[in-house]
Design a protein around this ligand. Structure first.
Ligand SMILES: NC(=O)c1ccc[n+]([C@@H]2O[C@H](COP(=O)([O-])OP(=O)(O)OC[C@H]3O[C@@H](n4cnc5c(N)ncnc54)[C@H](OP(=O)(O)O)[C@@H]3O)[C@@H](O)[C@H]2O)c1
Length: 253
């Protein structure tokens, strides 16, 4: 059920071949947008009409390819950017065991990819008075030593996002952050399994006790993103929307 329309809008969703990104692609399509998405590995099950770009966004060169192909496809008009790409391997023995390469890769993929892609598309988003959503992680609200590198990258993404939101508001571009909790996706499930194995606990324990009674599913996040990029959210910018089934409230209680 869609109670707003993105008809006529163009959107780039990074990392839309599976998990949360795929749900965001589906949501924006259902609302009427035309969509470009990216990943490193091509897939054969993208919804009809989605234009696919193969690019490693963990490199500035990959971000350039993604941005240029998106602008070519849309003839320079871009209304919506969703920076969804990230990846993070867990190091259950803790922060001190995270190797240099993992820190660098995490910063590149889970933070700088969003900076690089946004930078290359900003002029077009300003022209369109567009909307940006950056996907962070509720790991920034907790202390999780095996994911220190990933949490640091996402914390950087959140601070960068607030700064850019303030700069872009006078130009009519809105930028919001969505902060997912535990969501069942290939990437999220692997991290939780590695953490559970490292801690010697069942993987179910990683999501047990979520106040709203279940782990998240990708459409939980896509619904929030769809609203934030729609005109219904025209007075919302610089927000950080936590979508976690109440898990952070549970921590605080
Ligand atoms: N799932 C969760 O529990 C959870 C919780 C909090 C936050 N999040 C955030 O939600 C977002 C999506 O996560 P997810 O769980 O849906 O992840 P996922 O299942 O691993 O999917 C990640 C997507 O990004 C692409 N990708 C990864 N690295 C890339 C790179 N270097 N260049 C280009 N594309 C790349 C993947 O395709 P390729 O591998 O083929 O490149 C895939 O399409 C991420 O920002 C993540 O931090 C997820």
């Amino acid at each position: 059920m869609v109670n707003y329309s993105l008809q006529g809008k163009t959107a780039l969703v990074t990392g839309g071949t599976r998990g949360i990104g795929a749900a965001i692609v589906a949501k924006l399509l259902a609302a009427g947008a035309t969509v470009v998405t990216t990943s490193r590995t091509p897939v054969d099950n993208l919804p009809a009409g989605v234009h696919y770009v193969q690019a490693d966004l963990g490199t500035p060169e990959g971000a350039t390819v993604a941005a240029e192909e998106t602008l070519t496809h849309f003839d320079g008009k871009l209304d919506i950017l969703v920076n969804n790409v990230a990846s993070g391997q867990a190091y259950p023995a803790g922060t001190a065991t995270i190797p240099d390469e993992a820190w660098q890769s995490s910063l590149n993929t889970s933070f700088l990819s969003s900076v690089w892609v946004t930078q290359r598309l900003l002029a077009n988003l300003v022209t369109a008075k567009g909307a940006i959503v950056n996907i962070s992680s509720a790991v920034t609200l907790d202390v999780v030593p095996p994911l220190a590198h990933y949490a640091a990258a996402k914390a950087a993404l959140e601070r960068y996002s607030l700064t850019l939101a303030a700069e872009l508001a006078p130009q009519g571009v809105r930028l919001n952050v969505v902060i997912p909790g535990n969501v069942a996706t290939p990437g999220g499930d692997k991290v939780r399994q590695d953490l559970a194995d490292g801690f010697g606990i069942p993987v179910e324990a990683m999501t047990a006790g979520t106040p709203l009674g279940r782990a998240g599913i990708p459409t939980d996040i896509a619904e929030a993103v769809g609203f934030l990029v729609s005109d219904q959210a025209e007075w919302i910018t610089g927000s950080q929307l936590l979508v976690d089934g109440g898990a952070a409230v549970g921590l605080a209680a």
